[in-house]
Unconditional design. Structure first.
Lengths: 386, 717
């Protein structure tokens, strides 16, 4: 049976082509995941020795002169004889040409496709680039199933699902198939295929707000974008801004129309598959959870109680935990945090936009939503005196 | 790689034949079909990042990037595809949301490709949030100014710097999560920038520019002139970057041949040229100009004569040209006139040819062997006869004697003796006589010499005075120190030799006893200025002092040796007794007579005389029935490598000093020690040549085009 990779490239033909050339190189790409749903890491954990074997056998087959292991620093893995190049996980690296440019020039920047049914890489050398799962398939492993990174409540585990079936998933409010450049759905009826879109499944419980989850996902897309093409670079910025604004209570009715206007155009016009798919992630979020978006925009309400802008709760700094380091004050764009070093910092609830940046900045987890149960100092108080 | 095949495709209904290695964008543009494009540039690899050039292709879903997609046989392309147009507009919307909305305040207004494209693509009115780039202008680098808040990240600067120049001082970097073009290093100099300004040339917006001063100097000039100031500021337009590159490549004879293409005295100019090129050299924004004149001299010292085989020589025309005055201008006309096949007769008032090169500029600055050699080359250029010690009293008379054309270039060999008391005392001399006597070995000075004047000729007089044994030499002039007409270089030589400068002084009287001068009364002036061509100044009371002097030399200008009465010399005169000549070629009041050089312009420079004489001989040749073409390619074809490579601190490389003989030695031993300056050795020349910014490389980059540039072609077809 023929083996295709997740981009639909005929690997057998590619390998046959590469083995006809001298000084070919073989690259195992473990940096092609959405960093929140790192399938490569799970595969290495379970099939580490098989991968090494498959890599060795493939390198012999194409008489590879140079072996490269492209991986995030977080994956502890090595292959004898392979040079390790580290790069954080990024779905932009799903494009072989982007991997080529990274190796060639050391920069993450999507490249015009240079491959047309040949193994010829950027510098003219023959090369075979493969992700972990495709490498296993080439060795005859897991050929009828899809390996999936299942992300429940932030915990990832490896799941196996037959190709062309629905995955067996627990009930949830929403699902995200394929991570940051994937598809949001309210139903779990998503047919598993051998593509990057089936690499991961994220479950969202009733406690989740889909607006803030969409905002978080698109913000991640903006950060991961290689920023080369206008539509992806600026598009991911506009889409994440729209979602973040809605989550902060600044949403307008036209916002959803804007997503549906620019999203499909970005999907068609963006340079690489990351940019194209990232736009569909946004469009699918609005399609699957329109009611929840409209609730935020029209009724100014977040049923899940996540979006702080709508809740009666407001952020405060727990005076028993604050160490007076001042890290939160530097993060606040609204100048809503006052205080000074060694004193307990305080948030002015009238100025706070509940963006949550200070929460992330606080190493003590001292910044929390307060429903009135936490007593707060009324004036500047030295740390430890309250 | 498979070989390119012939393919036929249809773009917007037009059938186009091209090859399979051509992109759709190039095929369309070559056939007058405009597809908007921004990140694409003729000299750069396609990037596909701006998404402006997307098109629809029959049978293909979505859109295709025409700058990266190659033509295939049978393709049917629609550049106005509905989806493609929508994507273009969105891309344009996005770019404008990061770009300042106010265009009129931008220095690139009217020349901005982004503005031009948005005009073509049109506004969608989409209400997107503005996403301005917060960054300040960076004026810390020389020559190149960064105002990256206008950057649309097309990446052309990064690509040209990396791909074409191999420098890589610009790169992309995410700064606080936002993509930016940044300098790879602390600043441009430290990052290894070669200051070639290719980034400026390709930037479609006003983000990367040169400082206003540099851009303004280019107004009204062609690209070639504007980009290469050393070449355009040289009166004879010697191709400076080309010969410096030949020196860099180790082909010194070729460098000399390049200079020879425009001037017949490369070696002499290498010693004494006033080098307008260096004043214009952009390297002075980094530290100091490239030492071009010394490089010219080094090239001329490596003349192998090969160029002579390539020089043009036209058959004899039977026409006769009389040249009055065998200085730089006259010799230039003689040289090209002889090569054009005319018979030349030079009438020279002095014993030898060379004019100011021999009788003005002292021999310790310009060795006479150099002048002799180059004069000899002129005499060997064809039918050239010299009548020395012959003064022509009337120019039109020569036409009557059978000359078909006359060229007047008798220079300015009469020094001006200012009308002040004591100017006729014994011991008072004028510059021209003094320097001519110095050349002939008959000049004498006393112990204390005062030179009046502040130009380069005055400097030469001080140098000659010291060499003749003067114990003190003072120099007084009206100009302030930094406004003197003498060049800094020549003035510094004089100072090394011990001249005492008296700036901003007037000299109302030369004192004397028993008919011999004893001193010069000088007085400070304030407010020195020119009004209607006349000097106007206020004398400051109580500042009078007397400079002791047994020799006083006027170096306050010089004039042609033509009688003031027009009928005597037979030509219309101007400003007293200068020859009135019109136009660049120097037509005089009498048909068949041209004039150029100092006798027309007043005392200028050798290079200016050569340049003007070249224009005259072109006109004369046409008058005599020729084509007036004196262009010649004497140098081999040069490989102009666009690749410069990164050189850290390139901009800080210091100007190489020539081997000037120390002042005491050069004064004491001037008769035996050869020239005062030995120029560059090979190592110095190579080092100095490597400082050249190679401004001419920018001309090889394609100029920016706008949609109406293609539109014109479309209409024409």
């Amino acid at each position: 049976m023929k083996v295709f990779n997740k981009n639909g490239v005929d690997m057998d033909a590619l390998i046959a082509d590469a083995s006809e050339h001298e000084n070919a190189r073989l690259i195992l790409n473990l940096s092609c995941d959405d960093p929140e749903n790192c399938l490569s890491s799970l595969i290495v954990g379970k099939y580490g020795s098989e991968l090494k074997e498959a890599f060795k056998s493939l390198s012999e087959k194409i008489k590879a002169e140079e072996l490269i292991l492209l991986k995030p620093a977080s994956i502890d893995f090595e292959i004898e004889g392979a040079k390790v190049i580290e790069h954080d996980p990024n779905p932009v690296l799903r494009e072989e040409s982007a991997v080529g440019r990274l190796l060639e020039r050391g920069e993450l920047r999507s490249e015009p496709l240079y491959k047309e049914f040949t193994s010829q890489g950027m510098d003219g050398r023959a090369e075979v680039i493969t992700d972990a799962e495709t490498l296993l398939r080439l060795a005859g492993l897991n050929t009828e199933v899809k390996l999936i990174c299942l992300n429940e409540a932030g915990k990832c585990s490896l799941m196996v699902c037959p190709i062309d079936s629905f995955a067996e998933l627990g009930e949830a409010k929403g699902y995200l198939f394929g991570g940051v450049s994937g598809k949001f759905m309210a139903s779990k009826e998503f047919r598993i295929e051998y593509s990057y879109l089936s690499d991961s499944i994220t479950l969202y419980t009733e406690k989740c707000c889909m607006v803030s989850e969409a905002a978080r996902t698109l913000t991640r897309a903006k950060e991961l974008s290689c920023a080369k093409c206008v539509l992806c670079r600026e598009g991911s910025w506009h889409l994440s801004e729209i979602f973040n604004d809605i989550s902060l209570g600044k949403g307008k009715k036209e916002d959803l129309d804007m997503v549906n206007d620019i999203g499909p155009l970005i999907n068609i016009g963006a340079f690489c598959s990351f940019g194209q798919n990232m736009a569909l992630t946004a469009v699918s979020a609005v399609e699957a959870f329109r009611d929840e978006f409209e609730e935020h925009i029209v009724r100014k309400k977040c049923s899940a109680g996540v979006c702080a802008a709508f809740s009666k709760k407001s952020y405060c700094i727990d005076p028993t935990l604050c160490t007076g380091c001042g890290g939160c004050e530097d993060e606040c764009d609204e100048m809503a945090i006052e205080g000074k070093k060694k004193f307990i910092y305080m948030i002015d609830p009238d100025m706070c936009s509940a963006c949550g940046k200070c929460v992330e900045a606080c190493d003590e987890d001292a910044i929390v939503l307060n429903d009135g149960s936490i007593k707060l100092p009324k004036k500047l108080t030295r740390v430890g005196r309250f | 790689m498979s070989e390119a095949k012939e393919v036929t495709l249809v773009i917007d209904g037009v059938t186009i034949k091209t090859t399979s290695d051509t992109t759709i964008l190039d095929a369309a543009l070559a056939n007058g079909i405009y597809i908007p494009h921004l990140c694409s540039h003729e000299n750069l690899h396609p990037e596909g990042s701006c998404r402006m050039c997307v098109v629809g292709i029959e049978g293909v879903d979505g859109v295709v990037t025409s700058c990266t997609e190659k033509c295939k046989d049978g393709m049917v392309v629609n550049t106005k595809d509905e989806t493609a147009e929508k994507i273009r507009k969105l891309s344009c919307d996005f770019m404008f949301k990061t770009h300042p909305s106010e265009c009129t305040g931008c220095p690139k207004f009217g020349k901005c490709q982004l503005a031009s494209i948005s005009q073509y693509v049109g506004d969608t009115g989409r209400k997107l949030k503005a996403n301005p780039i917060n960054c300040k202008e960076d004026t810390t680098n020389p020559i190149i100014l960064h105002e990256m808040h206008r950057c649309i990240l097309c990446g052309r600067c990064v690509r040209v710097c990396n791909e074409v120049r191999g420098v890589g001082v610009l790169k992309f970097k995410k700064v606080n999560g936002r993509q930016k073009v940044v300098i790879d290093g602390e600043n441009l100099k430290k990052g290894g920038c070669r200051f070639c300004t290719a980034c400026v040339e390709v930037c479609p917006t006003g983000s990367i520019r040169e400082y206003k001063e540099i851009e303004d100097a280019r107004l009204g000039k062609t690209r070639e002139e504007g980009f290469v100031p050393c070449r355009s500021e040289c009166p004879a337009h010697v191709n400076v970057p080309e010969y410096i590159r030949f020196i860099n490549q180790g082909n010194y004879a070729a460098a000399n041949a390049v200079i020879r293409e425009k001037v017949p005295f490369p070696h002499a100019l290498g010693y004494i040229c006033v080098h307008n090129c260096e004043s214009a050299c952009k390297h002075h924004y980094l530290n100091e100009a490239v030492s071009i004149r010394n490089l010219k001299r080094f090239a001329a010292e490596h003349d192998d004569g090969e160029w002579k085989k390539l020089a043009f020589h036209k058959p004899a025309t039977g026409k006769k040209i009389a040249v009055i005055g065998g200085g730089p201008a006259g010799l230039t006309v003689a040289y090209y006139g002889a090569k054009l096949g005319h018979s030349i007769t030079i009438f020279e008032a002095q014993e030898k040819l060379g004019g100011q090169m021999r009788y003005g500029i002292p021999g310790y600055r310009l060795p006479r062997e150099v002048v002799d050699d180059e004069v000899q080359t002129v005499l060997e250029a064809g039918d050239v006869e010299v009548k020395n010690n012959t003064k022509v009293e009337n120019a039109p008379e020569l036409l009557k004697q059978g000359y078909d054309a006359v060229f007047v270039s008798l220079g300015t060999h009469v020094g001006a003796r200012l009308p002040l008391p004591g100017n006729d005392l014994e011991g008072v001399k004028v510059n021209t006589d003094f320097l001519r006597d110095f050349e002939n070995g008959t000049a004498e000075v006393g112990e204390h010499v005062v030179v009046l004047g502040g130009g380069n000729v005055a400097i030469d007089c001080t140098g000659a005075a010291f060499r003749l044994g003067a114990k003190t030499v003072d120099m007084a002039c009206l100009e302030a120190y930094d406004a003197m007409t003498a060049s800094d270089e020549e003035r510094s030589w004089a100072e090394e030799e011990g001249v005492v400068l008296h700036n901003s002084k007037t000299f109302p009287e030369i004192k004397g006893e028993n008919g011999h001068c004893t001193g010069v009364l000088i007085q400070s002036v304030g407010n020195f200025r020119k009004e209607n061509g006349r000097m106007v100044f206020d004398k400051l009371e109580g500042t009078e002092e007397i400079l002791e002097a047994d020799t006083v030399i006027f170096a306050t200008g010089q004039r042609p040796s033509i009688p003031m009465e027009e009928e005597k010399f037979g030509l219309a005169l101007t400003h007293g007794n200068y020859v009135a000549a019109q136009g660049p070629d120097g037509e005089t009041s009498v048909e068949g007579i041209w004039a150029a050089g100092d006798c027309v312009t007043g005392t200028r420079s050798v290079i200016a005389a050569i340049a003007a004489a070249r224009d005259s001989i072109i006109a004369i040749d046409k008058y005599l029935g020729g084509e007036g073409n004196i262009e010649e390619a004497l140098a081999p074809k040069q490989f102009r490598d666009p690749h410069l490579g990164k050189v850290e601190n390139f901009g800080d490389k210091e100007r190489t000093a020539p081997r000037v003989v120390p002042a005491p030695k050069r004064v004491a031993e001037y008769k035996t020690a050869g020239p005062m300056d030995y120029g560059f050795d090979e190592e110095m020349a190579r080092c100095e040549a490597s400082r050249c910014l190679q401004c001419d490389l920018r001309c090889d980059l394609a100029p920016q085009k706008f949609w109406n540039d293609y539109q014109g072609k479309e209409k024409a077809e």
